[in-house]
Write a protein that binds this ligand. Sequence first.
Ligand SMILES: [Zn+2]
Length: 681
Amino acid sequence: MNRRRFLIAALIFWLPLGAMAGSAGPVIPYHDLSIFLDPETRTINASDRILFSGGGSASFRLDPSFTITEVSVDGRAREIRRQNGKVIVDLGEAGLQSVVIRYRGRLAPTPDQSATRAAALGPDRAMAGPRGSFLPGWAAWHPRGPSPVITYRLEIETPAGQKAVAPGKLVAEKEAGGRYRAVFESSSPIDGIDLLAGPYQISERMEGNIRLRTYFHKEIAHLSEGYLESASGYIRRYTENIGAYPYPGFHVISGPLPVGLGLPGMTYMGVRVLRLPFIRFTSLGHEVLHAWWGNAITVAAASENHGSGNWAEGLTTFMADYAFTEDKGLNKAKSMRLGWLRDYAALPKTRDRPLSAFVAKVHDAAQVVGYNKAAFVFYMLRKKLGRDAFADGLRRFWQKHKFRAAGWQDLRRAFEAASNQDLKAFFGQWVDRTGGPRISLGRVSVEKDEKAGHAIDITISQQTPFYDLNLPVEIETISGTERFTVHLTEGKVSKTLFTRARPLALALDPDFDLFRRLDPMTTPPILRDVTLNPETYVVIAAEDAPAIEAARSLAKRIMDRPPRFRGLNQPPPDSPMLVIGLRGQVAEYLERAGIKNENKTDAARGTATVWTGRKNGRAYLIAAADTAHALEALIRPLPHYGRQGYLVFDGGRVIEKGTGLMKDGPLRLRLNKEGGKDEHR
Ligand SMILES: [Zn+2]
């Protein structure tokens, strides 16, 4: 379960990778669970009656530290065996079974809000505490049978002052006799029950039949109205785009962990995260959309649906994060696509994977492909099919696979049905293949033609393996811009384009409509050019112990892989390089390494400066601070700025940031001579 553990680590968004619904046969197991949770003592007392069909020996996964007090089958007590975290019960003859398991246990303590990321990852065990309890389904705090997908009724009690919430329909709720009690029912199959509790204040509004709630800590209770307002907007938006919202409620739940999780019908986010003013307008929409993609339709494991992989993150990123950016304007959307391509350009080839191999975000490199490239592929697909057929394809996919698992090939079939197009080649080159096309502009010549106007001969080529591409070509003329599309299927294509007015400049794919490998020479370096590269060496340019310590921690935090260090007195490496240290020593080292300080920021400002550059085609990243303390202040924020080229920090606060400008590269040419022949190479 290591993978799961990573997932709750960062300020990223997770979805459960469900097993196929109903894979155990026609009857989905039903659990009738009662639990008393005391966050103060971190104890639970529970009983679970499980109805399912089976026979012989059955095994249930349950936290091995729990004490089982009783097991019965059809009302008769049974002996059990416990082995490797499993409870093994002999059921006897096959048929419909009613197994009751009573147990109690003590949960791990919930890490403190200020806990380091590593501590906040938590164990695979459920955790409890007065500030918040989190009992994830995968931690087996309730018995999990051979088929993990279940329907259920859950009755949960906590001491007064604490409130608990789980997916499903809230059918009863009461606070009396010093206790809070709530009952949730789910007739839609769910892969394990996620239970959350805390000292919550509840706010509610109904959106049709859907109960929207916030379970917030007191200090952020004033944010409830805004979150409820936004959540109902997202539910309306996606109900219209895709189909009816699949759960009886949607709950936004605050907690002490610095995470953001998309759970069926609810999202769990850290108090600190919820306080960020943009979360309502970005991440919240992403999490609401996961109700459709990832929760109600789960991701089929690769073996179940050949060539699968996690399509849900990309589709959610496209329909939430990207769509919200597009709502703000086409230029913003274009910048987002360029950002994705820049990230991708920073990804070393050795770390690239096809979309069909993406499972979940465990490091930055996985996000560059699994989220961004996948979202880009949906962008290209919508362009290819048109908005109507694309929207129709999504609705078909939803109708057919709701409450089941699905893969990329199911998406392909739905879009094929909606558009009457064969999309095997499209999905083949973008989903199953690693990498992206690398395009170059060859010979260009301009001739004035008496009748047709100006004739521009161009040759475009690509490296193997060849992609089937419709390349946008834009020609700027003295009287406006003219647009063309050139179809490229093989290594090279030559084409003559005619413009009425005199052409001034020509550009291939100027709006970044194609997923491709950008030429590193045209793209200014970003932090990720260094942090994603496994060849990077880290040099610590500091001599006193606290600064060395802070620099090493920072290196570990921002490098996507465990860092490789190189001594301050060794010759500078001939590879990408990360130099961290105190300003004076950093400057000395850079001078020895022959790196000119091209940092354009005002070094007098702030307490630390971070910048990137290239030497001999290799990217470097420099972080120089006034003091050890100022270096330490970068540890928390810096990993969130992988796409920047330079930053200035005042303590932990960014006071300036940006990237260098894109250069006129080989895909853009000026055609300035009047008439006659003008050749470019
Ligand atoms: Zn997500």
